[in-house]
Ligand binder design. Structure first.
Ligand SMILES: [Zn+2]
Ligand SMILES: [Zn+2]
Length: 247
């Protein structure tokens, strides 16, 4: 009874909203008609497909050809400081457009939906989740976070933590160097740029724990490498990582 009344009120509210304050998809300009549609329409979300091809079993780098998942050449030569990383999809098309909206036009609410699609595709991957103690977002420097209004990785991490029932710890890994954004740099400059950029406070909290690092975009891996090695040096037992998109 209450739920049917609630449904009616919701649909009346939605109808009034459609008539008086119509809103349109920021990506394709179509009218947002469904009650749950915010900023981006359902059909645009459906076009942000998860990657289903082959990838490196360790660093998660996507392979071009249709081979079986195996260790990439880099991981065979030297394992990264994290044990496993997976990305939801390729950084391109609608997914890239949505990430740009999220970060640069500050549509914070999209973080919740990004977490949902990651959870739907990777929420049962036990290489990532097995015995995980904490989810740790890749931090922003406080100055950058103040400018943006939020940390894009933290919002996704908070939602993922709720969906998966794993505690988020966002006060242990901190960014101490306000380095220029990685996107503005060439490949070889990126590792140098993040070197010494992160630090751990309150080591006791994460000692001998298994943590999952969460970030929005994975490009060269230098941010994940740096965060993971700082965490490992601070006593973390194992670091795994999840990212929304891979460039
Ligand atoms: Zn759309
Ligand atoms: Zn690899």
């Amino acid at each position: 009874m209450i739920s049917s009344l609630h449904k009616k009120i919701t649909s009346v509210t939605k109808l009034a909203e459609l008539i008086f304050f119509p809103s349109f998809c920021e990506l394709c300009s179509s009218l947002l008609e469904l009650p749950e549609e915010k900023i981006i329409c359902q059909s645009c979300w459906e076009r942000m497909i998860p990657f289903t091809g082959s990838y490196c079993l360790c660093c998660g780098r996507f392979f071009e050809a249709g081979v079986e998942p195996h260790l990439c050449q880099d991981c065979v030569q030297k394992r990264p400081p994290f044990s496993c990383h997976r990305s939801y999809g390729r950084y391109g098309g609608r997914l890239k457009d949505a990430i740009l909206l999220y970060k640069y036009r500050r549509f914070r609410i999209l973080g919740r939906d990004f977490a949902r699609i990651i959870h739907r595709a990777l929420g049962r991957d036990e290489n990532i989740w097995w015995k995980a103690d904490f989810i740790v977002p890749v931090p922003l420097h406080p100055k950058r976070q103040k400018k943006r209004g939020f940390n894009q990785a933290q919002v996704i991490a908070q939602e993922l933590a709720k969906l998966r029932g794993v505690e988020i710890v966002d006060d242990v890994l901190v960014k101490v160097k306000n380095a220029p954004p990685q996107t503005s740099l060439e490949l070889e400059e990126r590792a140098e740029n993040v070197s010494g950029a992160f630090s751990v406070v309150n080591r006791k909290k994460i000692k001998r724990k298994i943590v999952i690092l969460v970030d929005d975009v994975f490009t060269t891996g230098s941010t994940l490498n740096e965060c993971s090695s700082v965490l490992k040096k601070s006593g973390v037992e194992d670091v795994r990582a999840l990212t929304l998109a891979q460039a």
